[in-house]
Ligand binder design. Structure first.
Ligand code: FAD
Length: 372
Protein backbone atom coordinates (compact mmCIF):
# COMPACT_ATOMS: atom_id res chain seq x y z
CA UNK A 1 0.00 0.00 0.00
CA UNK A 2 2.85 2.39 0.62
CA UNK A 3 3.58 4.90 -2.11
CA UNK A 4 0.13 4.72 -3.75
CA UNK A 5 -1.01 8.10 -4.95
CA UNK A 6 -3.88 9.70 -3.10
CA UNK A 7 -3.12 7.87 0.18
CA UNK A 8 -5.06 9.60 2.96
CA UNK A 9 -3.40 10.57 6.20
CA UNK A 10 -4.77 8.81 9.29
CA UNK A 11 -6.95 11.76 10.32
CA UNK A 12 -8.54 12.01 6.88
CA UNK A 13 -9.06 8.27 6.68
CA UNK A 14 -11.10 8.42 9.87
CA UNK A 15 -12.94 11.68 9.51
CA UNK A 16 -12.87 12.39 5.74
CA UNK A 17 -11.68 15.64 4.17
CA UNK A 18 -12.23 18.82 6.13
CA UNK A 19 -15.55 20.54 5.32
CA UNK A 20 -17.14 23.55 6.95
CA UNK A 21 -19.70 22.28 9.44
CA UNK A 22 -22.16 24.37 11.46
CA UNK A 23 -20.92 24.92 15.03
CA UNK A 24 -23.17 23.33 17.64
CA UNK A 25 -24.42 25.74 20.27
CA UNK A 26 -23.76 24.68 23.85
CA UNK A 27 -26.97 23.98 25.80
CA UNK A 28 -27.55 25.99 28.99
CA UNK A 29 -26.31 23.99 32.00
CA UNK A 30 -28.95 23.16 34.60
CA UNK A 31 -28.39 21.61 38.02
CA UNK A 32 -29.90 18.14 37.82
CA UNK A 33 -32.42 17.25 40.53
CA UNK A 34 -31.73 13.66 41.66
CA UNK A 35 -34.66 11.28 41.43
CA UNK A 36 -36.13 10.34 44.80
CA UNK A 37 -35.96 6.61 45.65
CA UNK A 38 -39.30 4.81 45.32
CA UNK A 39 -41.13 4.07 48.58
CA UNK A 40 -44.36 2.62 47.16
CA UNK A 41 -43.09 -0.75 45.92
CA UNK A 42 -46.45 -2.22 44.96
CA UNK A 43 -46.14 -5.16 47.37
CA UNK A 44 -45.56 -2.82 50.34
CA UNK A 45 -44.62 0.71 51.32
CA UNK A 46 -41.17 1.54 52.75
CA UNK A 47 -41.61 3.26 56.11
CA UNK A 48 -39.78 3.57 59.44
CA UNK A 49 -36.36 3.60 57.73
CA UNK A 50 -33.90 6.44 58.51
CA UNK A 51 -32.90 8.84 55.73
CA UNK A 52 -29.28 8.50 54.55
CA UNK A 53 -26.88 10.11 57.02
CA UNK A 54 -25.27 13.07 55.23
CA UNK A 55 -24.96 16.82 55.48
CA UNK A 56 -24.41 16.99 59.25
CA UNK A 57 -21.67 19.05 60.90
CA UNK A 58 -19.14 16.67 62.51
CA UNK A 59 -17.52 19.51 64.48
CA UNK A 60 -20.76 20.98 65.87
CA UNK A 61 -21.80 17.44 66.92
CA UNK A 62 -18.51 16.89 68.73
CA UNK A 63 -17.86 19.57 71.41
CA UNK A 64 -15.17 17.36 72.99
CA UNK A 65 -13.17 17.56 69.74
CA UNK A 66 -13.57 21.34 69.51
CA UNK A 67 -12.53 21.74 73.18
CA UNK A 68 -9.47 19.53 72.66
CA UNK A 69 -8.35 21.42 69.56
CA UNK A 70 -8.64 24.74 71.42
CA UNK A 71 -7.02 23.44 74.60
CA UNK A 72 -4.04 22.02 72.70
CA UNK A 73 -3.33 25.31 70.90
CA UNK A 74 -4.84 24.71 67.46
CA UNK A 75 -8.01 26.82 67.79
CA UNK A 76 -6.97 28.84 64.75
CA UNK A 77 -7.48 25.74 62.60
CA UNK A 78 -11.16 25.33 63.51
CA UNK A 79 -12.51 27.19 60.43
CA UNK A 80 -10.54 24.97 58.01
CA UNK A 81 -11.40 21.87 60.08
CA UNK A 82 -15.06 22.87 59.69
CA UNK A 83 -14.60 22.94 55.89
CA UNK A 84 -13.00 19.49 56.04
CA UNK A 85 -15.89 18.30 58.23
CA UNK A 86 -18.35 19.55 55.59
CA UNK A 87 -16.65 17.35 52.99
CA UNK A 88 -16.46 14.38 55.36
CA UNK A 89 -20.22 14.55 55.95
CA UNK A 90 -21.16 15.34 52.35
CA UNK A 91 -23.17 12.94 50.21
CA UNK A 92 -20.49 13.31 47.53
CA UNK A 93 -17.60 12.06 49.67
CA UNK A 94 -19.66 9.41 51.46
CA UNK A 95 -20.41 8.03 48.01
CA UNK A 96 -16.67 8.16 47.14
CA UNK A 97 -16.00 6.14 50.31
CA UNK A 98 -18.53 3.50 49.29
CA UNK A 99 -17.24 3.28 45.73
CA UNK A 100 -13.57 3.09 46.75
CA UNK A 101 -14.37 0.08 48.95
CA UNK A 102 -16.68 -1.68 46.51
CA UNK A 103 -14.11 -1.36 43.71
CA UNK A 104 -10.94 -2.81 45.20
CA UNK A 105 -7.62 -1.91 43.56
CA UNK A 106 -6.34 -4.17 40.77
CA UNK A 107 -2.71 -5.20 40.23
CA UNK A 108 -1.25 -4.88 36.73
CA UNK A 109 2.11 -6.64 36.66
CA UNK A 110 2.59 -6.27 32.88
CA UNK A 111 1.26 -3.98 30.19
CA UNK A 112 -0.57 -5.41 27.16
CA UNK A 113 2.77 -5.76 25.33
CA UNK A 114 4.27 -8.00 28.02
CA UNK A 115 6.48 -5.33 29.55
CA UNK A 116 6.76 -5.23 33.33
CA UNK A 117 4.96 -2.27 34.95
CA UNK A 118 4.07 -3.37 38.54
CA UNK A 119 1.29 -0.84 38.90
CA UNK A 120 -1.98 -0.82 40.79
CA UNK A 121 -5.17 0.64 39.35
CA UNK A 122 -7.56 2.40 41.69
CA UNK A 123 -11.15 3.56 41.29
CA UNK A 124 -11.42 7.35 40.70
CA UNK A 125 -13.13 7.66 44.10
CA UNK A 126 -9.89 6.51 45.79
CA UNK A 127 -8.09 9.37 44.08
CA UNK A 128 -10.82 11.80 45.19
CA UNK A 129 -10.31 10.72 48.83
CA UNK A 130 -6.53 10.98 48.55
CA UNK A 131 -6.87 14.42 46.93
CA UNK A 132 -9.05 15.58 49.83
CA UNK A 133 -6.66 14.45 52.57
CA UNK A 134 -3.45 15.56 50.85
CA UNK A 135 -5.08 18.85 49.83
CA UNK A 136 -5.91 19.58 53.49
CA UNK A 137 -2.38 18.60 54.54
CA UNK A 138 -3.17 15.47 56.57
CA UNK A 139 -0.05 13.82 55.15
CA UNK A 140 3.37 15.34 55.94
CA UNK A 141 2.39 19.03 55.66
CA UNK A 142 2.61 19.79 59.45
CA UNK A 143 6.36 19.08 59.42
CA UNK A 144 6.73 22.30 57.46
CA UNK A 145 5.05 24.39 60.18
CA UNK A 146 7.03 26.15 62.90
CA UNK A 147 7.01 24.41 66.31
CA UNK A 148 4.30 25.64 68.68
CA UNK A 149 1.80 26.50 65.93
CA UNK A 150 -0.48 23.57 66.75
CA UNK A 151 -0.06 22.16 63.24
CA UNK A 152 0.23 18.55 64.47
CA UNK A 153 -2.81 18.93 66.76
CA UNK A 154 -4.86 20.36 63.90
CA UNK A 155 -3.67 17.55 61.67
CA UNK A 156 -4.62 14.97 64.33
CA UNK A 157 -8.13 16.45 64.48
CA UNK A 158 -8.35 16.36 60.68
CA UNK A 159 -7.15 12.76 60.57
CA UNK A 160 -9.79 11.86 63.17
CA UNK A 161 -12.43 13.50 60.94
CA UNK A 162 -11.44 11.73 57.69
CA UNK A 163 -11.22 8.44 59.60
CA UNK A 164 -14.96 8.88 60.09
CA UNK A 165 -15.33 8.96 56.32
CA UNK A 166 -12.97 6.26 54.93
CA UNK A 167 -10.14 4.44 56.68
CA UNK A 168 -8.29 2.68 53.82
CA UNK A 169 -6.83 5.81 52.27
CA UNK A 170 -5.70 6.94 55.75
CA UNK A 171 -2.93 4.29 55.46
CA UNK A 172 -0.76 6.06 52.84
CA UNK A 173 -1.63 9.41 54.43
CA UNK A 174 -0.41 8.17 57.81
CA UNK A 175 2.74 6.51 56.46
CA UNK A 176 3.73 9.67 54.61
CA UNK A 177 3.25 11.73 57.78
CA UNK A 178 5.23 9.20 59.81
CA UNK A 179 8.14 8.94 57.40
CA UNK A 180 9.58 12.41 58.04
CA UNK A 181 11.10 11.83 61.54
CA UNK A 182 12.78 8.67 60.21
CA UNK A 183 14.00 10.35 57.01
CA UNK A 184 15.60 13.10 59.10
CA UNK A 185 18.20 10.54 60.21
CA UNK A 186 19.87 11.48 56.93
CA UNK A 187 19.76 15.26 56.34
CA UNK A 188 20.65 14.88 52.63
CA UNK A 189 17.81 12.42 51.94
CA UNK A 190 15.42 14.51 54.02
CA UNK A 191 16.39 17.65 52.09
CA UNK A 192 15.77 16.00 48.75
CA UNK A 193 12.38 14.44 49.61
CA UNK A 194 10.77 16.64 52.26
CA UNK A 195 9.57 19.35 49.85
CA UNK A 196 7.64 16.71 47.87
CA UNK A 197 6.32 15.01 51.00
CA UNK A 198 5.00 18.21 52.55
CA UNK A 199 3.49 19.65 49.34
CA UNK A 200 -0.31 19.69 49.36
CA UNK A 201 -0.42 18.14 45.94
CA UNK A 202 -1.70 14.63 45.24
CA UNK A 203 0.05 13.34 42.14
CA UNK A 204 -0.65 9.64 41.57
CA UNK A 205 1.40 7.60 39.13
CA UNK A 206 4.94 6.25 38.93
CA UNK A 207 7.43 8.93 37.97
CA UNK A 208 10.93 10.04 38.92
CA UNK A 209 10.51 11.53 42.44
CA UNK A 210 12.49 14.63 41.41
CA UNK A 211 9.95 15.29 38.65
CA UNK A 212 6.92 15.22 40.97
CA UNK A 213 5.56 18.04 43.11
CA UNK A 214 3.84 15.70 45.57
CA UNK A 215 5.26 12.46 47.01
CA UNK A 216 3.92 9.65 49.22
CA UNK A 217 5.83 7.13 51.36
CA UNK A 218 5.24 3.53 52.47
CA UNK A 219 7.08 1.10 54.75
CA UNK A 220 8.13 -2.42 53.95
CA UNK A 221 9.20 -4.64 56.85
CA UNK A 222 7.06 -7.77 57.19
CA UNK A 223 8.42 -10.93 55.54
CA UNK A 224 6.93 -14.41 55.31
CA UNK A 225 8.98 -15.70 58.24
CA UNK A 226 8.47 -12.66 60.50
CA UNK A 227 6.05 -9.78 61.01
CA UNK A 228 6.43 -8.52 64.59
CA UNK A 229 9.85 -10.15 64.63
CA UNK A 230 11.42 -8.04 61.87
CA UNK A 231 14.93 -9.17 62.83
CA UNK A 232 14.06 -12.46 61.13
CA UNK A 233 14.10 -10.57 57.78
CA UNK A 234 16.10 -12.38 55.09
CA UNK A 235 16.30 -9.66 52.41
CA UNK A 236 19.97 -8.96 51.69
CA UNK A 237 21.50 -5.54 50.92
CA UNK A 238 24.88 -5.51 49.16
CA UNK A 239 26.89 -2.26 49.03
CA UNK A 240 27.67 -0.88 45.55
CA UNK A 241 30.70 1.22 44.61
CA UNK A 242 28.52 4.31 44.11
CA UNK A 243 27.37 4.31 47.77
CA UNK A 244 23.95 2.79 47.08
CA UNK A 245 22.98 -0.80 47.96
CA UNK A 246 21.40 -3.59 45.91
CA UNK A 247 18.53 -5.41 47.64
CA UNK A 248 17.45 -8.97 46.91
CA UNK A 249 14.63 -10.71 48.73
CA UNK A 250 10.91 -10.32 49.39
CA UNK A 251 8.32 -8.54 51.55
CA UNK A 252 5.07 -10.22 52.53
CA UNK A 253 2.90 -7.20 53.36
CA UNK A 254 3.62 -3.79 51.88
CA UNK A 255 0.65 -1.44 51.84
CA UNK A 256 0.05 1.37 49.35
CA UNK A 257 2.57 -0.05 46.85
CA UNK A 258 1.91 2.82 44.41
CA UNK A 259 3.57 5.27 46.79
CA UNK A 260 6.75 6.92 45.55
CA UNK A 261 9.26 5.89 48.25
CA UNK A 262 9.54 3.01 50.69
CA UNK A 263 11.44 2.71 53.93
CA UNK A 264 12.61 -0.89 53.90
CA UNK A 265 14.58 -3.22 56.15
CA UNK A 266 17.33 -5.50 54.80
CA UNK A 267 20.39 -7.34 56.11
CA UNK A 268 23.53 -5.31 55.26
CA UNK A 269 27.04 -6.56 56.11
CA UNK A 270 26.76 -5.07 59.65
CA UNK A 271 23.20 -6.20 60.32
CA UNK A 272 19.58 -5.15 59.81
CA UNK A 273 19.56 -1.71 58.19
CA UNK A 274 16.94 0.77 56.98
CA UNK A 275 16.92 1.81 53.31
CA UNK A 276 15.00 4.26 51.15
CA UNK A 277 13.81 2.66 47.92
CA UNK A 278 12.12 4.83 45.30
CA UNK A 279 9.69 3.09 42.94
CA UNK A 280 11.34 5.06 40.09
CA UNK A 281 15.09 5.68 39.93
CA UNK A 282 16.70 9.06 39.19
CA UNK A 283 17.32 7.97 35.56
CA UNK A 284 13.56 7.44 35.08
CA UNK A 285 13.69 3.62 35.02
CA UNK A 286 11.54 1.47 37.31
CA UNK A 287 13.37 0.18 40.36
CA UNK A 288 13.38 -3.66 40.44
CA UNK A 289 10.47 -3.90 42.91
CA UNK A 290 8.19 -6.61 41.52
CA UNK A 291 4.64 -6.71 42.86
CA UNK A 292 3.65 -10.38 43.02
CA UNK A 293 0.03 -10.14 44.12
CA UNK A 294 -2.33 -8.08 46.28
CA UNK A 295 -3.63 -9.26 49.63
CA UNK A 296 -7.30 -10.28 49.71
CA UNK A 297 -7.96 -8.48 52.99
CA UNK A 298 -10.89 -8.72 55.35
CA UNK A 299 -10.98 -4.93 55.81
CA UNK A 300 -8.99 -1.97 54.48
CA UNK A 301 -10.24 -3.00 51.04
CA UNK A 302 -9.98 0.36 49.29
CA UNK A 303 -6.23 0.33 49.95
CA UNK A 304 -3.85 -2.03 48.14
CA UNK A 305 -1.36 -4.16 50.10
CA UNK A 306 1.18 -6.13 48.10
CA UNK A 307 3.49 -9.09 48.31
CA UNK A 308 6.63 -8.06 46.48
CA UNK A 309 10.13 -9.09 45.55
CA UNK A 310 13.33 -7.08 45.20
CA UNK A 311 15.47 -8.27 42.34
CA UNK A 312 18.64 -6.20 42.72
CA UNK A 313 16.57 -3.14 43.65
CA UNK A 314 18.52 0.05 44.34
CA UNK A 315 18.33 1.50 47.85
CA UNK A 316 19.89 4.39 49.76
CA UNK A 317 20.96 3.63 53.34
CA UNK A 318 19.04 5.57 56.00
CA UNK A 319 20.87 5.66 59.34
CA UNK A 320 23.74 3.44 60.33
CA UNK A 321 24.23 -0.13 59.21
CA UNK A 322 22.87 -2.51 61.83
CA UNK A 323 20.56 0.21 63.29
CA UNK A 324 17.60 -0.48 61.02
CA UNK A 325 15.02 -1.03 63.73
CA UNK A 326 16.09 2.09 65.66
CA UNK A 327 15.67 4.12 62.45
CA UNK A 328 12.40 2.74 61.11
CA UNK A 329 10.76 2.56 64.56
CA UNK A 330 10.35 6.36 64.39
CA UNK A 331 8.06 5.85 61.42
CA UNK A 332 6.33 2.78 62.84
CA UNK A 333 5.51 4.44 66.16
CA UNK A 334 4.02 7.52 64.46
CA UNK A 335 1.75 5.30 62.35
CA UNK A 336 0.67 3.55 65.55
CA UNK A 337 -0.35 6.91 67.03
CA UNK A 338 -2.46 7.42 63.91
CA UNK A 339 -3.97 3.96 64.53
CA UNK A 340 -5.30 5.41 67.80
CA UNK A 341 -6.77 8.44 66.00
CA UNK A 342 -8.17 6.21 63.26
CA UNK A 343 -9.74 3.81 65.76
CA UNK A 344 -11.26 6.74 67.68
CA UNK A 345 -12.63 8.13 64.38
CA UNK A 346 -14.11 4.76 63.45
CA UNK A 347 -15.81 4.45 66.84
CA UNK A 348 -17.12 8.01 66.47
CA UNK A 349 -18.52 7.17 63.00
CA UNK A 350 -20.28 4.12 64.45
CA UNK A 351 -21.75 6.30 67.21
CA UNK A 352 -22.99 8.86 64.64
CA UNK A 353 -24.65 6.09 62.62
CA UNK A 354 -26.27 4.65 65.73
CA UNK A 355 -27.49 8.05 67.01
CA UNK A 356 -28.93 8.84 63.58
CA UNK A 357 -30.63 5.46 63.38
CA UNK A 358 -32.31 5.63 66.78
CA UNK A 359 -33.47 9.19 66.06
CA UNK A 360 -35.41 7.99 63.00
CA UNK A 361 -36.45 4.44 63.80
CA UNK A 362 -39.47 3.60 65.94
CA UNK A 363 -40.43 0.42 67.74
CA UNK A 364 -43.49 -0.24 69.90
CA UNK A 365 -44.87 3.23 69.16
CA UNK A 366 -41.83 5.31 70.21
CA UNK A 367 -38.63 6.47 68.57
CA UNK A 368 -35.80 4.19 69.68
CA UNK A 369 -34.03 7.27 71.05
CA UNK A 370 -37.01 7.87 73.39
CA UNK A 371 -37.28 4.28 74.58
CA UNK A 372 -35.92 3.46 78.05
C1 FAD B 1 -4.12 -4.06 56.80
C2 FAD B 1 -2.67 -4.40 57.04
C3 FAD B 1 -1.69 -3.60 56.46
C4 FAD B 1 -0.34 -3.89 56.66
N1 FAD B 1 0.59 -3.10 56.06
C5 FAD B 1 1.90 -3.37 56.24
C6 FAD B 1 2.91 -2.54 55.65
O1 FAD B 1 2.60 -1.56 54.97
N2 FAD B 1 4.20 -2.85 55.84
C7 FAD B 1 4.58 -3.92 56.61
O2 FAD B 1 5.79 -4.13 56.76
N3 FAD B 1 3.67 -4.73 57.18
C8 FAD B 1 2.35 -4.48 57.01
N4 FAD B 1 1.40 -5.29 57.59
C9 FAD B 1 1.83 -6.46 58.31
C10 FAD B 1 1.85 -6.24 59.81
O3 FAD B 1 2.74 -5.23 60.16
C11 FAD B 1 2.15 -7.58 60.45
O4 FAD B 1 1.06 -8.42 60.18
C12 FAD B 1 2.37 -7.42 61.93
O5 FAD B 1 3.61 -6.81 62.15
C13 FAD B 1 2.26 -8.73 62.68
O6 FAD B 1 3.10 -9.68 62.10
P1 FAD B 1 2.57 -11.13 61.73
O7 FAD B 1 1.26 -11.01 61.01
O8 FAD B 1 3.67 -11.87 61.08
O9 FAD B 1 2.22 -11.82 63.13
P2 FAD B 1 3.23 -12.51 64.13
O10 FAD B 1 4.42 -11.65 64.36
O11 FAD B 1 3.43 -13.91 63.72
O12 FAD B 1 2.34 -12.47 65.45
C14 FAD B 1 1.23 -13.38 65.63
C15 FAD B 1 0.60 -13.11 66.98
O13 FAD B 1 1.57 -13.29 68.02
C16 FAD B 1 1.64 -12.14 68.85
N5 FAD B 1 3.03 -11.90 69.24
C17 FAD B 1 4.10 -11.63 68.45
N6 FAD B 1 5.20 -11.49 69.18
C18 FAD B 1 4.85 -11.67 70.48
C19 FAD B 1 5.56 -11.63 71.72
N7 FAD B 1 6.86 -11.35 71.76
N8 FAD B 1 4.85 -11.86 72.84
C20 FAD B 1 3.53 -12.13 72.82
N9 FAD B 1 2.81 -12.17 71.66
C21 FAD B 1 3.46 -11.95 70.51
C22 FAD B 1 1.14 -11.00 67.97
O14 FAD B 1 0.58 -9.95 68.76
C23 FAD B 1 0.07 -11.68 67.13
O15 FAD B 1 -1.15 -11.74 67.83
C24 FAD B 1 0.04 -5.02 57.45
C25 FAD B 1 -0.94 -5.81 58.04
C26 FAD B 1 -2.28 -5.51 57.84
C27 FAD B 1 -3.32 -6.39 58.47
Amino acid sequence: MSGTSGTKNVGEAISGPAVARPRPTAPAVQTPVPAAPGTDLGTHEVTNQPPPLAGFDPLACDPALVDAVEREGAGGALPTLALLGEKVASEEFREHARLANENSPVLRTHDRYGRRIDEVEFHPSWHALMGLSVGWGLHAAPWQAAPGTGAHVARAAGFYLVSQLEQGHCCPISMTYASVPALRHDPALAASFEPGLTARMYQPGLARPGSKTGLLVGMSMTEKQGGSDVRAGSTVATPSDDGTYRLTGHKWFTSAPMNDLFLTLAQAPRGLTCFVLPRVLPDGSRNAIRLQRLKDKLGNRSNASAELEYDDAVGWRLGEEGRGVVTIIEMVSMTRLDCVLGSAGTIRAALSEAAHHVAHRSAFGERLADQP
